[in-house]
Design a protein around this ligand. Structure first.
Ligand code: IMP
Length: 212
C-alpha cells in the first residue's frame, strides 16, 4: 500500500479537492498529527483537473500528481463513485456525470431507479468506493480504497447527504445514507473509511523518509 518516499518538501499536505466538506473531513481526521492541511486555494492552485481515467485509482493518482507538481507539496486526492452490481459496476467512475453533465443529483437518482425498475430487491446490491492517492512531485507514494456495501432502494428516502445518498440503503442501519446524520454516515462510509487510514499511511511514510 505504501511506497517509500524519496523526498518531501515538508510536513504540509494539500487536499486536491474543491469540495469544502471533504477538506473539513480530512482536517478533522488528521487533527493532532504534526501536518498542516491546505486546500487548493491556500496552495495557490486554480487550474482545472480533467478526470479521464478508466478507474477511481487512475483519477485519484492523476489529481494528486497534478496538484503535487503544480504546488511542490505533498498532495492528497480522492475519486469516488457508486458501483451497482446489476449494472455491471456502473455508473462507477462516471457517477458524477451519469446521464450527462446537465442532470441534477435527483435526476441522476431517477435515472438509476428507472434502469433498475425490473431488478428485484435481492439483486440490487451496490457499493460506494473511494480511492485516495498521496503524491509528491513526479511520484505517487500511496493509494488505498475505502468501500461500503448497500442496496439500491425502490425510491428516494431522506434529505441529508448528496448524490446517490437518498437511494443508498445501508442495511445495518435500515436507513439510506440520506436518512443518517453526517457523523453516522462518516462512521461507515467509503470516504470516512479511506480517510481514517490516512494517519496510518502518513505514519508509515514518516517512519520511512519523512524529514524530522
Ligand atoms: P467525486 O469523487 O467528488 O468526483 O464524486 C463522484 C460522484 O460519485 C459524486 O458526484 C456522486 O454522484 C457520487 N458519490 C461519491 N460519493 C458519494 C457519497 O458519499 N454519497 C452519494 N454519492 C456519492
Amino acid at each position: 500500500m505504501v511506497d517509500r518516499a524519496d523526498s518531501f518538501s515538508g510536513s504540509r499536505i494539500v487536499v486536491a479537492s474543491r469540495n469544502p466538506a471533504k477538506v473539513r473531513e480530512i482536517r478533522r481526521v488528521i487533527e493532532g498529527l504534526p501536518v498542516e492541511v491546505m486546500d487548493l486555494a491556500q496552495a495557490g492552485f486554480d487550474a482545472e483537473i480533467e478526470e479521464t481515467g478508466q478507474t477511481f485509482a487512475e483519477n485519484a493518482a492523476a489529481k494528486a500528481l497534478a496538484v503535487a507538481e503544480a504546488t511542490g507539496e505533498l498532495a492528497l486526492a480522492d475519486d469516488s463513485g457508486l458501483m451497482v452490481d446489476a449494472l455491471g459496476g456502473r455508473p462507477g467512475v462516471l457517477s458524477a456525470r451519469y446521464g450527462g453533465d446537465d442532470l441534477t443529483d435527483s435526476q441522476r437518482v431517477e435515472l438509476l431507479l428507472r434502469e433498475l425498475a425490473q431488478v428485484p430487491h435481492a439483486r440490487r446490491a451496490a457499493q460506494f468506493v473511494c480511492v485516495l492517492a498521496l503524491a509528491v512531485p513526479g511520484r505517487i507514494l500511496a493509494r488505498w480504497a475505502g468501500r461500503v456495501c448497500g442496496v439500491i432502494a425502490d425510491k428516494p428516502q431522506g434529505t441529508g447527504g448528496f448524490g446517490y445518498d437518498p437511494v443508498f440503503l445501508y442495511l445495518p442501519a435500515g436507513r439510506t445514507f440520506a436518512q443518517m446524520t453526517p457523523d453516522e454516515k462518516n462512521a461507515v462510509s467509503h470516504r470516512g473509511r479511506a480517510v481514517r487510514r490516512l494517519p496510518e499511511v502518513l505514519r508509515r511514510l514518516s517512519e520511512a523518509d519523512w524529514p524530522h
